[in-house]
Design a protein around this ligand. Structure first.
Ligand code: PLP
Length: 284
């Protein structure tokens, strides 16, 4: 498998970063994961716009030539790994770079950011999309800049581990009495025929799939309110699902041991799943 690291394609097991890389020492970096269907990077422009916002949010500056190369690097990593047919994902990570000595402050003068890409074949979880999964709720202990897609993923890792220990597929995080998102996806629920989702804010990542779901709901005539679902409203939900680059539209049919609605995938999730597949085919 080839990866891209700081200017060249290399075999993954030969690629090396310094232990002084600030991504390693501080989680001082951002990442993106983009879905690929037959060589086409789905909504790459939106991923790169979010990447730019993340870099600006962290004050990491790529030089103009390197920034201009990022889209073609996505294509090249697919070609290098023979992943232009079928489905795949491309992972991009940019850290502030390598600096001695280890201090919290930004290196002065700034150092060259570390740029890393990898790609892997991807198999969608189609069976789970039909059957739905179970979930637990868990306290959202993350910071208040969740809009930045940083590599500081420890709360997400621990929440996922709690879900695994509970024998369920994911965890839905609750902050101030409302559902925010899962460790790797945005959350949507249906109450009285209206689709609800947490509004764009610093407390969630505005998922590219979330944006797509919002557009699809509008185009399909599904009423949507960007208003968070209260944990006290869970018993009123007829449907619950999460959306993400690797989860697609994933129904949740049991929450904290109780069925959601009739305990099966509902019509809103099904309509959005079907529409998402159409958009994957058409490419946007
Ligand atoms: C916390 C969180 N929320 C939402 C998402 C979904 O974002 P996207 O649809 O861009 O994959 C992710 C994706 O990794 C995530 O980590």
């Amino acid at each position: 498998m080839y990866v891209y690291l700081n200017g060249s394609f290399q075999q993954a097991d030969e690629a090396r970063i310094s232990p002084m890389d600030r991504g390693f020492l501080f989680g001082d970096g951002i990442y993106e994961v983009t879905r690929v269907i037959n060589g086409h990077l789905f909504r790459l422009e939106d991923h790169l716009a979010r990447m730019d916002q993340g870099l600006a949010g962290l004050g990491i500056e790529l030089d103009a030539d390197e920034r201009a190369r990022i889209p073609e690097l996505h294509q090249e990593i697919l070609e290098k790994n023979n992943l232009t047919e079928g489905q795949a994902t491309v992972y991009l990570q940019i850290s502030r770079g390598t600096a001695f000595p280890r201090t919290h402050g930004f290196p002065l003068p700034p150092v060259k950011p570390t740029v890393f890409l990898s790609a892997a074949a991807f198999v969608p979880h189609t069976g789970l999309h039909d059957s739905g999964i179970s979930a637990i709720t868990i306290s959202d202990v993350r910071w208040s800049r969740c809009n930045l897609k940083t590599v500081n993923l420890l709360p997400n890792v621990l929440a996922t581990n709690e879900a695994t220990k509970a024998g369920v597929g994911t965890a839905l995080m609750v902050r101030d009495g409302v559902l925010t998102e899962s460790p790797n996806a945005n959350v949507f629920g249906v109450i009285d025929g209206v689709l609800y989702t947490y509004p764009v804010s610093h407390y969630i990542l505005n998922g590219i799939t979330r944006m797509t779901v919002v557009e699809m709901a509008r185009d399909l005539g599904i009423p949507l309110r960007e208003v968070a679902i209260r944990d006290t409203e869970v018993s009123r939900l007829s449907e619950l699902f999460v959306s993400g680059t690797t989860t697609d539209v994933q129904p949740i049919v049991t929450l904290d041991g109780a069925p959601v609605g009739d305990g099966r995938r509902g019509p809103v999730a099904k309509a959005l799943q079907d529409e998402l597949l159409k958009r994957f085919d058409r490419g946007y």
